[in-house]
Design a binder for this molecule. Structure first.
Ligand SMILES: C[S@@+](CC[C@H](N)C(=O)[O-])C[C@H]1O[C@@H](n2cnc3c(N)ncnc32)[C@H](O)[C@@H]1O
Length: 360
């Protein structure tokens, strides 16, 4: 069974081909084996006349349990816990019931991310409807694509650009304000510069049963790096390198970037990670990329002269969800925080230039 296979629908059209890197491209999930392993899934599995184990895909409870065991078994994730905790809260006396006109639970996911994971899970596991907001173009674009590629859930999920919504409502508010009083008062710069979260993003008269959010949100990679116990992911994790570029290509480009800076790299192509060691007496970086990056690499070489020996940081490339590669840097030596942040942001620029520009 190859990844190029195309199934014919009953109406004669081609069903969308399964992506070749989809974990089920070569072999569909083994329902019998899953039933052996997960007793909760067993009642939904039936054996056809030809001895094939399957489930009734029109049964909501069966598809819900299948989603849960596949996420757990094949992806090692219990993402659905978050959704089930909300489910428990809604069923408890802590939150008064809200009767929406549709009778459907409706949630607001602040910062839904490129994966849009919670709206997708909430809609598929429990039939809830969602508004998922975000502020970065890449997250918004991929969240929409992820919703569109699940047409059975698309009706239930709306993706909202928090920036666009709130600037529209700011304009309206400013207009109203100006009409009332055309002597403008002092502007609160801090409030203006903050990104909107709910005000202006939630529409007037909209009602939600709950609002959820999976922080942290960082303004910049520097801010993310302020906590020495966190790996330097933040906005970079949402960089979203597109399909068509494998993790291996990105790993190799990352390695080339560090080698060009005369840094020593230990690349592990099994775990898709690179351990980078800064020398205490580095040579000037050799330029392999365009002249435009010369000054920034020279800056970093000046910084390198002040640094210490030993493995300094680790870069990992991984695919968190199909279609989005994440590049994560972890600082191994706290003393190198400045150098790490500087090199990591140069790497981010480099990879964006190489992979995002090509993909446009
Ligand atoms: C840690 S990620 C969470 C992604 C996803 N919800 C998850 O749990 O995997 C945080 C997300 O919040 C977004 N974000 C940051 N500030 C925001 C704001 N003011 N409103 C909406 N989204 C925001 C970021 O762009 C990022 O996609």
């Amino acid at each position: 069974m190859g990844g190029d296979r195309k199934r014919r629908r009953r109406d004669g059209s081609d069903a969308p081909a399964i992506h070749p890197r989809n974990r089920y491209a070569a072999a569909a999930p083994d329902f019998a084996a899953l039933a052996e392993l997960y007793p909760s899934f067993r009642p939904f599995v039936c054996i056809s006349g030809r001895g094939r184990a399957s489930i009734d895909f029109t049964d909501f409870a069966a598809t819900r349990e299948l989603t849960r065991v596949l996420l757990l078994h094949d992806h090692g994730v219990n993402w659905s816990n978050y959704i089930h905790w909300i489910e428990d809260l809604l069923a408890s006396d802590l939150i008064p019931p809200i009767s929406s006109s549709s009778g459907r639970v409706r949630g607001f996911d602040i910062g839904t991310g490129a994966n849009c994971i919670y709206p997708l899970l909430g809609a598929s596991l429990l039939g809830w409807s969602f508004v998922g907001s975000d502020v970065t173009d890449v997250a918004l674009e991929w969240a929409k694509k992820n919703v569109e590629s699940n047409p059975h859930l698309a009706e239930l999920i709306e993706i909202r650009n928090a920036n666009a919504m709130s600037s529209a409502s700011d304009c309206e508010a400013d207009g109203r304000e100006a009409a009332r009083d055309n002597t403008s008062g002092p502007v609160d710069d801090i409030a203006k510069s903050k990104q909107p979260i709910l005000v202006g993003v939630v529409k007037e008269s909209e009602i939600f049963d709950f609002c959820m959010c999976n922080p942290p949100f960082f303004e910049s990679i520097e801010e993310a790096g302020l906590n020495p116990r966190t790996s330097c992911g933040g906005t970079t994790e949402e960089m979203g390198l597109r399909r068509g570029y494998g993790a291996f290509q990105v790993l190799k480009s990352t390695e080339a970037f560090f080698l060009a800076s005369n840094l020593s790299c230990k690349t592990d192509s099994v775990s898709f990670s690179i351990n980078v060691t800064l020398s205490d007496n580095p040579n000037l970086p050799t330029m392999t990329y365009g002249d435009d990056s010369a000054s920034s690499l020279e800056d970093s070489s000046a910084k390198l002269e002040r640094v210490v020996k030993g493995e300094s940081f680790r870069i990992m490339v991984f695919e968190q969800i199909p279609g989005t590669l994440l590049i994560k840097g972890s600082l191994l030596n706290k003393a190198l925080s400045d150098t790490f942040l500087s090199l990591f942001s140069q790497l981010e620029e480099r990879l964006k230039m190489e992979f995002l520009n090509k993909a446009r």
